[in-house]
Design a protein around this ligand. Structure first.
Ligand SMILES: NC(=O)C1=CN([C@@H]2O[C@H](COP(=O)(O)OP(=O)(O)OC[C@H]3O[C@@H](n4cnc5c(N)ncnc54)[C@H](OP(=O)(O)O)[C@@H]3O)[C@@H](O)[C@H]2O)C=CC1
Ligand SMILES: CC(C)(CO)C(=O)C(=O)O
Length: 309
């Protein structure tokens, strides 16, 4: 079993910086590489990035010039996944393992189309309160990775063992999941409620932590995910919803989910991966999802104003 000794990360945003900084501190900077397009490399070289106030010691190179890696981590937004997968092509050799930290239920499928399903270990990143403003990341809780494989393919099981051995060696917080598909849907349910409500109410985690309309609206959006999940054969229930609301309650009340950070920076968000996907799947099953319909309408309305700036 080949040990993981090198990590390549695509996306130097909130999660990319959090994990990049963690790995550099554990393995040394020679074992960690970021890959990006020429423009981002130039910006990084000029401005650098900071993690909890400290300047990060990272190497970033232009896609196409990199060597194959042992572990490739995608930490971009859903809106940039295909474009960044093309940049990462040279990072992948036969024994490269790929993790996607993206929220939603479709990034693994998209990456499997590019690189082949055998490379992918399914992953959910959760529990972190990582807020990046400009080139500065702040977090108080690094959260954890939930990892697993949805089938019993022997090569994937071996890759899962390689990743767990690596995470153990790094003391990186993670949990192996028996039913990774259910975990992905459950976390997605949280994002559909929490990220979208905080975005439209222009708030912070406090918006959904305090009893009141924000919290109730988030739960109502999440209940629509439960209905869609069941129609798709994924058995989510009220206990999963309560479990994830309890997790959201542990986050810094002044922190913000990634979607709200996009809203503040006037960047297009992952709305299509959240309510967009709920609406699509609900239509397929004839399920009415008024809360997500309205959240989707409102987020698109907010984003349509960006073009007029
Ligand atoms: N933030 C959080 O706490 C959590 C986020 N997630 C999920 O993780 C994913 C990443 O989120 P987050 O880290 O917040 O996102 P960010 O927007 O902070 O970071 C994404 C980074 O990717 C960069 N990027 C965009 N396009 C490319 C490209 N073509 N090549 C290389 N880099 C590129 C962006 O560059 P630029 O600086 O130019 O924008 C940015 O630095 C999302 O799916 C999110 O939903 C999951 C759990 C928690
Ligand atoms: C809700 C949260 C913070 C969970 O870690 C998240 O997934 C995000 O910011 O997109």
């Amino acid at each position: 079993m080949k040990r993981i000794e090198n990590v390549t990360i695509v996306g130097m945003g909130a999660l990319g910086i959090l994990y990049g900084d963690f790995f550099v501190k554990k393995m040394g900077k020679d074992h960690v590489t970021f890959v990006a397009d020429a423009e981002r490399v130039a910006r990084f070289e000029k401005e650098g990035v900071y993690c909890n106030g400290e300047k990060c010691s990272f190497d970033m190179i232009e896609g196409g010039r990199q060597e194959p890696t042992d572990l490739l981590i995608f930490a971009v937004k859903g809106t940039a996944l295909r474009e960044s997968a093309r940049l990462a092509e040279k990072s992948v050799a036969e024994d490269t393992v790929i993790l996607s930290l993206l929220n939603g239920i479709s990034s693994e499928e998209i990456l499997a189309e590019f690189f082949g399903e055998q490379h992918l270990i399914y992953t959910v990143a959760q529990g972190m309160d990582a807020t990046k403003i400009g080139n500065r990341l702040k977090f108080s809780n690094m959260g954890e990775l939930r990892i697993g494989v949805p089938d019993a393919d022997p090569q994937k099981k071996e890759n899962l063992q390689r990743v767990m051995e690596f995470f153990d060696r790094m003391s990186l917080p993670y949990t192996e999941e028996e039913d990774i598909k259910k975990r992905m849907w459950s976390k997605w349910m949280l994002n559909v409620g929490c990220n979208q409500v905080i975005m439209v109410e222009e708030g912070s985690y406090r918006t959904i932590q305090e009893e009141g309309t924000g919290r109730e609206r988030a739960k109502a959006a999440m209940r629509e995910v439960i209905a869609v999940a069941r129609a798709e054969g994924v058995h989510l229930g009220e206990e999963d919803l309560e479990g994830y609301m309890a997790l959201a309650d542990t986050l810094d009340p002044d922190g913000m989910p990634s979607m709200r950070q996009d809203g503040l920076a006037k960047r297009y968000s992952e709305v299509d991966l959240f309510s967009g996907t709920v609406l699509e799947k609900a239509a397929k099953h004839g399920i009415d999802v008024p809360v997500n319909r309205e959240l989707n309408r409102r987020i698109k309305e907010i984003e349509s104003a960006y073009e007029r700036r």
